[in-house]
Each structure stands twice: as C-alpha cells, then as structure tokens.
Design a protein around this ligand. Sequence first.
Ligand code: GLN
Length: 539
Amino acid sequence: MAQTKYIFVTGGVTSSLGKGIIAASLAKLLQARGYKTTIQKLDPYINVDPGTLNPYEHGECYVTNDGAETDLDLGHYERFLNVSTSQANNVTTGRIYQSVIEKERRGEFLGKTVQVIPHITNEIKERVQVLGKSGDYDIVITEIGGTVGDIESLPYIEAVRQLLWELGEDNAIVIHLTLIPFLSAAGELKTKPTQHSVKTLMESGIQADILVCRTEHELSTDLRDKLALFCNVKREAVIQSIDASTIYDVPNLMLKEGLDKVTLKKLRLPEDNQPDLTRWNQFLQRHKNPKNEVNIGLIGKYVELQDSYKSILEAFIHAGAANEVKVNITSVHSEYIDNRTIKEKIAHLDGILVAPGFGERGIEGKIATVQYAREHNIPFLGICLGMQMAVIEFARNVLGLENANSTEMNAKCDHPVIDLMEEQKDITDKGGTMRLGAWKCELKPGSVVSEIYSEKIIEERHRHRYEFNNKYKEQIEAAGLVTTGFNPDTQLVEIVELPSHRWFVGVQYHPEYKSTVANPHPLFVAFVKAALSYKKEKN
Ligand code: GLN
C-alpha cells in the first residue's frame, strides 16, 4: 500500500481566516484528481468536544454519523467532499488529556513521569495518524485550530514538527494560512505580519512549505516575490486567497492559483492531470443563476450569530441550487415574537423553519410561529426542537390540552407531550450523553416524507434528549397530526406531518447535517419547492 501523505494547515496573524474552507477546497481539488482525501481538525481548547459549548461561543455543533459532537468545520468538509467524517476527524486538547490521564490511571506509562513532551505530543501524533493508518485515504489534511504563537497550540505545533521529521519531506508538508492586511491610510497591502507569523513557526522548528495569503485585494507580482523571499518559500508556493462572494468559489480560486499543483509537487505525487470539477461547477452554475427566489424565515434564538445555524443555511444553498431558486433567509429571533409582532414578522414569508435549540428561552415565540404557519397554511419545517414545538402547539391549540409542554421546559406540566427519553432518565452528565448520531427511521407508506425520500428506511443524525410522548400518539393522530417516521427498534416517533396542510413536516432528527453539494438533502429540496409553489399561488 502506498504511503499516506499528510498536509498540515496552520494559521497565522489572526483567527477566522477560513482555514476550514481552504482545507476543504484543497481536499476537493485533490479528490477531484482521484486522490482519496480526508480532513481532520485539531482544536486546542480543553472541552472534550464542542457539545458543551454554547452556540454563541463556537457556532453550531456538528454531528457525525458515528455520533461525535464536533467542530462546524467538519460540516464544511462533508459538504465539500460528500464523504462522511467521524470521531477521529476532530480532536480537542480536552480529549487528548482525557485519554493520556486514563492511560496513566491504568498504569500504562510504567512508572514514568507523564509530561507534555513526549506523552501529550505522542497522543496527538497517534490521533493524526489514525486516519492515515486506516488505509482508507491517500491524503490526510490536518487543520490545527487557533493561531501560531498561541500558548495552547504549542503541543500541536511540536507534534507536527516531529511528524514532519519522522515522515520525511516527501510525505508531509505545512500550508500556512495568513493575512495580508490592506492599510487604507497608506493605500498598501502589508506583508510584515505574515513575515512575523512565518518566523514564529520557524522558532518552533517548522518551515512553511506553502503560504496561502488571505487578502481583500489582488497581490502584485512584486509582493508575491517579496513574500517568497522573506518567508523562504518557492515563488509558486505563494498562493493568493482573495475574498470570494461564496465559499463554494474557493476551490476554483485555489485551482487557478495552483494550490493543488504545488501541493502535489511537494508531496511527489503526479500533478499533470486536471481535477474533474464538472458536478461542482454545475452546482455553482445553478447557484449563481437562479430563475426564482423565495423568502424563508429561520426562527431561532441564536440568530445573532450566523454560525449557530451553519448547516441549515448551507442546506438551503444546496436545495436552492437544486430548485434553481435563490433562497433568502430572514432570521427571526423567537424571543421577539408575540401576538403583537407575529404578523409583521411572519406573514409575508414563503416558508417557515423553526430551528433546533435547548432550554426555555424563546419557546413561546416558536410555538406562536408554528400556530401561525399551521393556521395560515404556510409551508413549515420544524427541526428537532422545532418539531417538538409543533407537537406542543397542536396539543395546546387543536386538542385543547392546556399547559401542554415538554418536560425540558416544565417538568411538572399537566400534559408532557414531549418527554425525556427513557434511556436519558438516569443520566446526569451533560457532555456526550444525548441521543447522538445516525439512527434508522422507517417511513410510513403514502406519507409526504416517504414520497420525498423515495425510500422505506432512512438514516438521519440526532442530537436530543427529549422525544414525542407516545402516550399522546392516538389522541394527536386522531386530531390530524400524523406520525410518519419511527425508529424501527424503539418505536420512537421521528417525524410528524399534517396532511390537511399544504406542507407541514416536523423531524426529530437534523437533516441539515447530511446535505452536501453533491447530494442536496431531499427534505430541504422539497421544502424550498413547496415554498416556491406557495409563493406563486399567493401572487
Ligand atoms: N432540547 C431538545 C432536546 O434535547 C431539542 C434538541 C435540539 O433541537 N437539538 O430534545
């Protein structure tokens, strides 16, 4: 078997330069040349995973098939590559230490003093090579979170240095992503911060092989020459990454700059064939030339931060392209919705999505929104908490079960139509203990969802503790809200729909995690389509 090649992506100057998108774009180009490629993210924080982080802190928590709660960059990896990631693709400092400490408790270090070097760095090196050693990939791209020079990144940088030495220069390289700021007072792009961050890397014993330079303006030839000379990289290894109107343009921009070519050259891999981006470009073509547009409301409580609903927003881009429709998303804060404001905020929309979430804040606004969508026959999609709110709204306003609620919001409510799952009842730890990852769901023949998926059994990803309370199932169904998806083993209700409505679907799972450029999620595609026909009918 051929040696797996490793690419490390570090960041300099500032955070938020888009390392994840650069890594995903490079991976896309390599994949499009026929290399089996995967991406891994190493995060230098102490949380064992981002599952316990508030979305305001870290954006959305992305969930993989195997139930890992991970960084949202893994979502980009999957959306770009259309290949599933797993627990092994995201490692945090917390997880590294947890595993080293567990080994220490088991006595595996045979009386040695356990130290950052070599024990923590060895653990990091092992985690990096797990994917390579699986034999499933030709190339593994490892993105190091944070910025070089950060105290907390040091063990990662040292682990990378050792790996570069052990694997040899033909098998492992470093791409350093940096910023070339534009000083408007001077009217100039500045290279000094980049020189300094390359130097900081060198102090740790790492020479960057390729520089990817984020910039708002084109880099001149002179500036590229200067960067090459002072940062000690080949001229062809200075890659410009200019701001793009959509992240989906970045693979083509990187192709134009030759990032894939110079990478392959450094790794001594053939670079003369061209990547096949036909399908990718077909998607872009449709995305950029919509024939129609729809306005969809995203009702949630973390709407101030776009990253909180990253996968949902991206799923709409995929579904929009599939329908050749521009999807305009209006984010509506559920806390600001009440009887007085609802009409102005909701009535004009062509489709309404009530978002996932946790806790009590803003739920009455969500319930009022569901009621409006139901009574005014506006296409509605409820995801996870959104589905639970649809059930509560129906129980309260159609069945007249006053005070119906989820026991998450009111443990003592009279009608717990949403209740804690049986297996959750004895769990006290918060981290990694929800119902997570992909579970099978059987679709009821003849339902809207069975037509949308055109499959009998689907698999979707979950992240929740509460569920539809089957004690109320008969009553709810008799009044018209039907259950159309079930876990085949436990009979947990996964989907509800309202046949009397033009398009009303609530799902306990998160379809957004599985939507990719190559495979737009059928539920989002159908929802956008329903919003479009509703809009046409209205006008
Ligand atoms: N808070 C709800 C639960 O735990 C919904 C979770 C979610 O929307 N992801 O069941």
